[in-house]
Design a protein around this ligand. Structure first.
Ligand SMILES: Nc1nc2c(ncn2[C@@H]2O[C@H](COP(=O)(O)OP(=O)(O)OP(=O)(O)O)[C@@H](O)[C@H]2O)c(=O)[nH]1
Ligand SMILES: [Mg+2]
Length: 440
């Protein structure tokens, strides 16, 4: 069984405790403290290994734990570190945090190592605490605990080309012919139940292209019909999608309907797949009805269509070359990503209109403020006047019922103003009266 998703509960090793020990030897009665440090706990390490096919091992054994560090020992001996727990995974594995689904690590290159959970540090033995004032310390520190967590590991196959098509279209037959992979092929739907990866060799240019054959896709796969569309994650990283269309039109289906449904299912799965460049391969050209269908198909679909037959091997060499150009060729040779079809454009236009409508009042407000700022001074004055008029009654009401601030400020200011006038007036009157009395 091919397993491409698993939940794991991991824990790194705890650090070993520090040791309390004193040197005891013949003729050395008080040899001093010699308790060693504890060893470090083992790390949990993910290793990218191309020899791993899937994540089956983790499905059946999800609890993994790295060994603890050994406690310190006498004679200044440190405890050995815990051995790292190395978990091999195939290239293209993603490690996600359980619950939050946050991507923690991704392993794509063979030999890549990721320390997911670090082991706890070892504690210190009593030999570290000796000093001139404490020559026989009994103090140690405990080892630090290791880290733990639950994660979801997901495999997304790394391939250059992803084969997409209805069941029985001939995807596995093509993989068998072009690569050394040997996926099962049979005249019944859903023969392929998991992804098969093969390599197309190009000895004249010393090149290779990795191709992924996935299970067939049918209408309603997004609603879990057939095998659902979970396996589409394996072609998410492909540079090119190759649509294998059965040109003979089996089960009364028309090739153009198959093409339309495949496009729709890809769009419903993700935008990433909908935007990938693609090549259309018309298979089963050896069957009598195919030639007529191909004509009609070409008139309806403008993209490049490569006719082949896995039965008579017709067009296979041409396809090999086209695949090389499409994946490794110059940018001019590579197919362009698809232009959004009507539904998409219509929906995107609608979405744009809706977003504009939502933004419109905000913009109007902004523009009005801008206009007010940029308007001539007269306009500003005209606007200010009513504001001032409005302010007056507020000021009156404030006097009538002064706010806390007004009360504080009013009380302080009003008494100050009145006495200042009186103080100035009284001295003049007094001087005049004095002068009059002096004259008398
Ligand atoms: N006549 C004819 N038969 C073909 C051709 N290619 C494939 N077949 C047959 O079609 C049937 C289905 O082929 P597969 O390669 O298993 O199809 P598939 O797309 O992998 O199907 P699933 O794995 O079910 O998705 C087999 O019996 C093949 O022999 C072809 O070019 N001509
Ligand atoms: Mg197959």
């Amino acid at each position: 069984m091919f397993i491409d998703e698993a939940k794991v509960i991991l824990k790194s090793g705890d650090g070993g405790h520090g040791c309390v020990s004193f040197r005891r030897e013949k003729f050395i009665p008080k040899g001093g403290p010699d308790g060693g440090n504890g060893g470090k706990g083992g790390d949990v390490v993910f290793l990218c290994d191309r020899n791993q096919g899937d994540l089956q091992a983790y499905r059946w054994q999800p609890h993994r734990r790295a060994p603890n560090g050994t406690p310190g020992m006498g004679r200044q001996c440190a405890g050995p570190d815990g051995v790292d727990l190395v978990l091999p995974v195939p290239p293209g594995t993603q490690i996600l945090e359980e619950g939050t689904n946050r991507l923690v690590a991704e392993l794509t290159e063979h030999g890549e190592r990721v320390i997911l959970l670090a082991g706890g540090k070892g504690g210190q033995g009593n030999m570290n605490f000796k000093s001139s004032v404490n020559q026989a310390p009994r103090r140690t520190t405990p080892g630090y605990p290791g880290e733990e967590g639950s994660f979801r590991i997901v495999l997304k196959t790394i391939a250059d080309i992803g084969l997409v098509g209805y069941p029985n279209a001939g995807k596995s037959s093509l993989t068998n012919l072009l690569t050394a992979a040997r996926p099962k092929m049979a005249p019944y739907p859903f023969t392929t139940l998991h992804v098969n990866v093969g390599v197309i060799e190009y000895p004249h240019v010393f090149g290779r292209i990795v191709m992924a054959d996935i299970p067939g896709l049918i209408e309603g796969a997004h609603d879990n019909r057939g095998l659902g569309h979970q396996f589409l994650r394996h072609i998410e990283r492909c540079a090119l999608l190759v649509f294998i269309i059965d040109m003979a039109g089996s089960e009364n289906r028309k090739p153009w309907d198959d093409h339309r449904i495949l496009e729709k299912e890809l769009r419903l799965y993700s935008k990433i797949l909908a935007a990938k460049p693609r090549l259309i391969v018309a298979n089963k050209m050896d069957l009598p009805a195919s030639a007529e269908m191909l004509k009609e198909f070409k008139s309806r679909i403008k993209d490049l269509v490569i006719p082949i037959s896995c039965y008579s091997h017709e067009g296979l060499e041409d396809l090999r070359m086209q695949l090389w150009k499409a994946v490794k060729g110059s940018p001019a040779e590579r197919p362009q990503p698809p232009v959004l079809i009507e539904e998409d454009t219509a929906s995107s236009h609608l979405a744009k209109k809706l977003s504009k409508a939502k933004k419109a009042p905000v913009k109007a407000k902004k523009s009005s403020t801008k206009k007010a700022k940029s308007a001539p001074k007269t306009a500003v004055k005209a606007k200010k006047k009513p504001a001032a008029a409005k302010k007056k009654p507020i000021a009156v009401s404030k006097k009538a019922k002064p706010s806390v601030k007004a009360r504080v400020s009013g009380k302080k200011k009003a008494p100050k103003a009145k006495p200042s006038v009186k103080k100035k007036a009284t001295p003049v009157k007094k001087v005049a009266a004095r002068a009059k009395s002096k004259k008398k």
